[in-house]
Write a protein that binds this ligand. Sequence first.
Ligand code: TYM
Length: 332
Amino acid sequence: RPRVLSGIQPTAGSFHLGNYLGAVRQWVALQESHDAFYMVVDLHAITVAQDPAQLRANTRLAVAQLLAAGLDPERCTLFVQSHVPEHAQLGWVMNCLAGFGEASRMTQFKDKSARHGADRTTVGLFTYPMLMVADILLYQADEVPVGEDQRQHLELTRNLAERFNGTYGDTFTIPDPYILKETAKIYDLQDPSAKMSKSTANPKGLINLLDEPKATAKKVKSAVTDTDTVIRFDRAEKPGVSNLLTIHSTLTGASVPELEQKYEGKGYGALKTDLAEIMVDFVTPFRTRTQEYLDDTETLDSILAKGAEKARAVAAETLALTYDRMGLLPAK
Ligand code: TYM
């Protein structure tokens, strides 16, 4: 079985629809066909200031949401990044392999540091991509299911893996991004030219999966479309409508052409009303299941303990090989 690895930050509290459609949904599917490793990346989260109690709670909340979304600890390895110390260890190696200029070109860093201002930008935020490289290479992942915004980090991963292999001999699998065209980028409902994101300007454009279902329905119904009335998929001319069609199609399994036909001659109101109902039907059981997993801390923590153990076995082997290849003297 080919191997996949991916991660999600716990910082947000509730996952948003972009996280789910762009990434987590693929994670659930891939656990059936792949040897899958999925983690909550708490070490990445601390690159910006976190409240300790909140971080702890959000880490469990992220795990509960992943289980509610359909990850099955019998079918995949689910763990918390900081439980596997090899991530930080290989992260250091990757820091020593990456060029300063190369790291400076990471657009996510440039965006985030511009937002935070120089004094509140940590060195950790700068080295964030190299930790992500380590996350992936530790597991010799063949594929990495993510949204479009992570593509550049995947390019860096491939470059550093090739550089290491070229210098020290074949050590790391070169991973491919696994990015589904349709859902690679889910857009903000109020500003369909921007990706849906927690740091979005307008909270009405962001669908949090754990929000009150009624609030979610309202956001869908007030989504920005255009002054036309035709329901047609056209990313350039009709970004708002296209985004709604993508969401509808992914959640129901109906193809976009089928939907275009279904809504022919009907207005945007019909599409939005239907989609609001589809969203409510999706988030309502998701919330209930998340709460159930959250209420049973003991089970949740034991899932994580088993996951960390399985992950460590793989990670330790890769780290030992890496150290050896580089000439770090083994401890006796
Ligand atoms: P994070 O936590 O920001 O997001 C989790 C996943 O959600 C995807 N995503 C989206 N997809 C489509 N449309 C959107 N609007 C949207 N917003 C977010 C992201 O692409 C991501 O796949 N650096 C990573 C976490 C990470 C990681 C890794 C991922 C750390 N180590 C190793 C893969 C492999 C991040 O911050 O994702």
